[in-house]
Each structure stands twice: as C-alpha cells, then as structure tokens.
Design a protein around this ligand. Structure first.
Ligand code: PMP
Length: 359
C-alpha cells in the first residue's frame, strides 16, 4: 500500500501497511490466539446488565482513573498488589504504546529479542523511539550473556521481554529476567499476555515486582479471559510508574462501557478461566502430535504452537485456508503458528494438515 502523494502523511509511514492478521470468514479460526470458548449465557447476561447500568449514565464521562476496575484487577493478580500499582487501557496494545509514550520517544531506544511480537517495532515507530532487536537462540530462548552484552552496549530506555513469547511460546526463566534487570538502565517490561497458559512450574514476573521498581508486567483479558472483544489490557508496576503513565494517557481513555464489561467479566473469573486447563492439555497434545509427524515444534507455555519447517509455508497456509482452517503465517521463515481451539477445531486442523502434507 502507498498512501497517495496528496495525503501529507509522515514520510516514514507512506509505504506502511496497517497491522493485522487476515480476518477471513472460515469455519475454523486458529490465527489470533483467542480463547475458543465464549462467555456463557449467564456471564453474558451479567455483563449486559452492567453495561445497561453504565448506559443509563452515558451522558457523563467515565471514571478517568478506572479505580473500581483497577481494584478488581489487583485482586485478580494477587501478589499483594493494590489498585495504585495497576493500570488499565484498551488492550495491552494501548498499554504498551503508553509505556513508549512515557519512557521512549525521540532520542530514546527500545530493545527486544526477535523473533517476538510483531507490534513492538510499530509502537516504536509510532512513538519515534529507536528500535533495536537482538536475536533469540535457536530454541527461541533468550541468550542471556548476549542479551546482557546488548543491554550494556545499547543502554536502552525500555526493554521488552515477552513471556510466554509470541509467536514462539517460549517462557522466560526468573534468572534470565534478573540478569537483564541487573544491567538495564531503564524500564524492563515483561509482556505476560499469555501468562495464564504457562506450564506447571513456570513462574510469573509478578514475583519480582517487589524490589524492582523499574519492572512492569503487562497482562490482557483478551486471551485466557476470553474477552478479546472487550479490549482490556493492564499492567502491574510501582505506583510512581503508574503515575508516569497517567501523564500520557488520553483523558477518559477507558469508556464506561469498557469498564463495566471488564468488571462484569471479572465477576465471572472462575467460569471464564475454566477452559484454560483444557486448552493447556490440548496444546500439549497438539505439540506431541506435530512432533510425532516429524515437524519441528517450539516448546510452548502459551495457547498456540509454532511448528515447521516448510520450504513454502505460504502454500501450506493457503492449503489449510482452502480446507476451512485459518492459522497464522508468522515468525521465522518456514514456520507457522496455530492457536489452540476446541478439540473439534484441532481435529479439523490435523485432518487438513494431513491432506496438505509437508510442502
Ligand atoms: N502482547 C502479545 C505478546 C500479544 O500476542 C498480543 C496479542 N496478539 C498483545 C500483547 C495485545 O493484545 P491485546 O491488545 O488484545 O491485549
């Protein structure tokens, strides 16, 4: 895409594409790491009731600080967190952009380790922050000595670590995070969008918040919480870091409808998270099935599996779409990512992949 010359867009944006996975209407959608199980009728009715109450006051601006929601999110996270240590926005995408608006910017650097979430360089571009990407190891783990050396050399204002990482599913060990925290001069962000899916024994970075005031842990209700349509992301950090973010946020950025929806969903936490265990089991079964058929499979703590290698991954992706199964063409060359769906959806994926075969 090229923006026409009469549209006075910034030069560096003229040939850019709007970000997004293809939204193709096929029966089996396993491409954006959503929870395949929607809220029950009861939960939906409760959320609708909360939204109804909010609707009666839509003439008023929402609570600018979203206190009730932040209290509920802090209670959900545990670890002794309180509302002043939690911040929320429209998806963790907005949370991350606010982080770069506050801590990045012209003359500043954000560092991450590729392959990783493809939106990070876009947040950097949009906030005029210099983007530097180190490489992960062959097994997609962070190469700690190389990472430490790169942080020391680049002195980044912000480091993005992702655990579990998208698109690889790789979790970050606490000693790896500690090594980066020890040398990073600025903020260290651990993006835990998929944290609820982590395997037994994989810790969360929330445990390191006490004692590391420049650590930020971001989460989202889009994945395990089955609320991608609600657009609610959040973070936990030191209260002074939260206050820094309040400086860059737009006034009333979280609508009263969004706040009511998220609060309604949080009242049904147990139900909405009920399928997480089943999804983890299906994830492990999917990884085993792929490995048994000779594919390379990245070890995953998330609700997706990266597998390869295909000489022509696009042909495989297309073959699956032709059979009504949409997965994601993302990550290093030759690899594909499949989100974990219902057992029926995974059966359709397996059947389609068998037909398409290795290309
Ligand atoms: N971080 C990671 C690693 C992701 O994969 C995603 C969604 N694909 C996000 C953040 C953003 O999610 P949301 O804006 O829906 O919270």
């Amino acid at each position: 895409m090229t923006v026409p010359s009469w549209v006075p867009i910034r030069d560096e944006l003229r040939n850019e594409e709007p970000y997004g996975a293809p939204q193709i209407d096929v029966p089996v959608r396993l491409n954006t790491n959503e929870n395949p199980y929607g809220p029950s009728e009861k939960a939906a009715a409760d959320i609708a009731g909360a939204v109804h109450q909010a609707a009666l006051e839509l003439n008023r601006y929402p609570d600018r600080e979203a206190w009730a929601l932040r209290e509920a999110l802090a209670a959900y996270l545990g670890h002794g967190l309180t509302a002043d240590r939690v911040w929320a926005a429209n998806g963790s995408n907005e949370v991350m952009q606010q982080i770069l608006q506050a801590f990045g910017g012209p003359g500043r650097t954000v560092l991450s380790f590729a392959p990783t979430y493809s939106m990070y360089p876009e947040y950097a571009r949009n906030t005029h922050t210099r983007w530097v990407a180190g490489r992960r190891r062959e097994d997609f783990a962070i190469d700690v000595p190389a990472a430490v050396a790169l942080v020391e050399a680049e002195q980044p204002d912000v480091v993005f670590l992702t655990s579990p990482n998208n698109p690889t599913g790789t979790a970050l060990a606490p000693e790896e995070l500690r090594a980066v925290l020890d040398v990073a001069p600025g903020m260290v962000v651990v993006d835990e969008a998929y944290a609820e899916f982590r395997r037994e024994g994989t810790p969360t970075a929330l445990e390191l918040l006490a004692g590391h005031p420049r650590l930020i842990v971001t989460r989202t209700m889009s994945k395990a919480f089955a609320l991608a349509g609600g657009r609610l992301g959040y973070l936990a950090a030191d209260p002074a870091v939260v206050d820094a973010l309040r400086i860059v946020r737009l006034p009333y950025h979280l609508s009263s409808v969004t706040q009511a929806t998220a609060l309604g969903a949080l009242r049904h936490t147990d139900e909405l998270l009920a399928q997480v265990d089943a999804l983890r089991t299906t994830r492990d079964e999917t990884a085993d099935w792929l490995a048994e058929r000779g594919y390379d499979v990245a070890a995953s703590d998330a609700n997706f599996v990266l597998f390869g290698h295909f000489p022509d991954r696009h042909a495989v992706w297309e073959g699956l779409v032709d059979r009504g199964v949409l997965i994601r063409e993302v990550g290093p060359d030759g690899w594909l990512r499949v989100s974990i769906g219902t057992p029926e959806e995974m059966q359709a994926f397996r059947a389609a992949l068998m037909e398409v075969g290795p290309r």
